[in-house]
Design a protein around this ligand. Structure first.
Ligand code: CMX
Length: 434
């Protein structure tokens, strides 16, 4: 058994006992209230999920096992002091709740490389998809095609007992994370480089290898990918992609099916698709105004026009956050260090001044501040990765770290099938006294 797996097994036993006792001895404790508004407004604010890996605070932003992004940048192992942390370390932290050593992280890097084997059948499925299929559709299909490899599916079909579900699940999770960059890069090269595939470089870490297989070999891009794949990794359990995956997994669907469901949610414009829409929207702005360096007044007028057309400003607003997203801040800091004089990044920075007062002035937007998607595309564009329809796939590679760690915990804790209740309109009206 690998040391990560045995450490997880050791951790899981007492935590599972705690959860069991919460259920048995404190099951009647009331922890929140449900109003008609909370149901119609998308169940926001209802405490309904148990997620160990991270917690989102409306004012402060995301904390992974209690650590903010700046704290992670300081504490997680890096390849050099000036570098960004390796997402391998964040996975270790999310899984075990402890900051790893560099040796722990390098062991995970090595293991994911060994497990990054994608069967030929998956490439055949991807090759059969038409060229006008969206990269996110390809990504989800590729993930589904990987399910034939599922160790959990095999173990379940062989009759494994409930208390051992986590064991084969662990194997799937680790294989899957190893395989994901290979599939993502294959889709990228298929769509944009005539299928001219680049093999993995065994000397590189998980993030740098993804950049390398996509065709980008620059130490600064490697650094950007380490940052990108760290900050997108998790956003507690209630966001659409994490929740969809968790829900499907609660029916004991294997991790591949479950994560594919999550990715179909990530592909929606109100969620991860926003990272490509931001770029398409700015490109429309540039085209319409006729300059790559619009004034703030021109940017303001374009934003007003977008809102006037009944559309949202992509990259702004959030269902939980009520301040600027710290993931936006981390990217802005990176751009300030490495991407000076970039006109697209200048527009993104100007939007940060222009958009919040406009959204605030509407009186209905709960959070006028930017989210993670407002910045990420401009950084990728800066380094020559200009294919915006692919951006959500990169988000999806990263999000696997948190979502799969959570799903593994779900199985180790023996969480039950999810099944909230739904009611008719008459029932709600009756409750409202109408
Ligand atoms: N531009 C214009 N209007 C906005 C807005 C924005 N960026 N954000 C919210 N609003 C509007 C809503 O559409 C809603 O209008 P109606 O009442 O007319 O329907 C009103 O303000 C209230 O919405 P809210 O309670 O503030 O926001 P929600 O929790 O309902 O939605 C979100 C959150 C992210 C879907 C929304 O802010 C939005 O559409 N943002 C733009 C898309 C985006 O960037 N999504 C990515 C989020 C991060 C991620 O998951 O990747």
């Amino acid at each position: 058994m690998s040391s990560l797996k045995s450490k997880f097994a050791e951790k899981a036993v007492p935590v599972a006992a705690e959860v069991k006792s919460l259920f048995k001895d404190h099951g009647n404790t009331v922890i929140g209230q449900v109003t008609i508004e909370s149901v119609i407004d998308g169940m926001k604010g209802i405490p309904a999920l148990l997620t160990l890996t991270s917690k989102l605070d409306a004012q402060e932003g995301i904390r992974f096992r209690g650590y903010s992004i700046p704290e992670l940048q300081e504490k997680l192992p890096k390849l050099s002091p000036q570098d960004e942390p390796l997402p391998e370390g964040l996975f270790y932290l999310m899984l075990l709740g402890e900051i790893p050593t560099l040796a722990d992280v390098q062991e995970i890097s090595k293991e994911w490389k060994q497990r990054a084997v994608v069967p030929q059948s998956v490439y055949k499925v991807l090759d059969a998809l038409p060229m006008d299929s969206a990269p996110m559709a390809d990504f989800s299909v590729g993930i589904l095609a990987l399910a034939t490899e599922s160790k959990f599916l095999q173990a379940y079909n062989a009759g494994v007992g409930k208390k051992d579900y986590w064991d084969s699940y662990y194997e799937d999770v680790m294989n899957f994370i190893g395989q994901l960059p290979v599939i993502a890069a294959y889709i990228y090269r298929k769509h944009y480089f005539n299928g001219n595939v680049i093999a993995a470089d065994p000397s590189l870490d998980w993030s740098a290898n993804l950049a390398h297989m996509m065709g980008y070999d620059d130490p600064e891009i490697y650094k950007l990918f380490r940052l990108y794949l760290t900050i997108h990794a998790d956003h507690e359990g209630g966001n659409v992609s994490a929740h969809a995956a968790h829900l499907v997994a609660s029916a004991l669907s294997n991790p591949y099916y479950s994560y594919a469901a999550g990715m179909l949610g990530l592909a929606g414009p109100l969620h991860g698709y926003a990272n490509q829409e931001v770029i398409a929207w700015i490109q429309d702005m540039i085209k319409e105004i006729g300059t790559e360096s619009p004034t703030k007044q021109q940017i303001h007028d374009f934003c007003e026009k977008t809102i006037g057309a009944g559309r949202v400003i992509p990259g702004y607003g959030h269902a939980v956050l009520r301040k600027t997203d710290p993931r936006f801040e981390a990217q802005r800091e990176f751009a300030g260090k490495y991407c000076k004089g970039d006109s697209l990044i200048q527009i993104v920075n100007d939007l940060y001044e222009v958009v919040p007062p406009i959204l605030g002035g509407l009186g209905k937007v709960k959070n006028p501040w930017p989210n993670v998607d407002a910045y990420s595309g401009s950084l990728l564009m800066h380094y020559g990765i200009k294919e915006a329809p692919f951006y959500t796939v990169l988000f999806g590679v990263s999000r696997a770290l948190g979502v799969l760690a959570s799903m593994l915990w779900d199985r180790a804790l023996g969480l039950q099938i999810e099944r909230p209740s739904s009611y008719t309109l008459e029932w709600f009206k009756e409750k409202a006294g109408l």
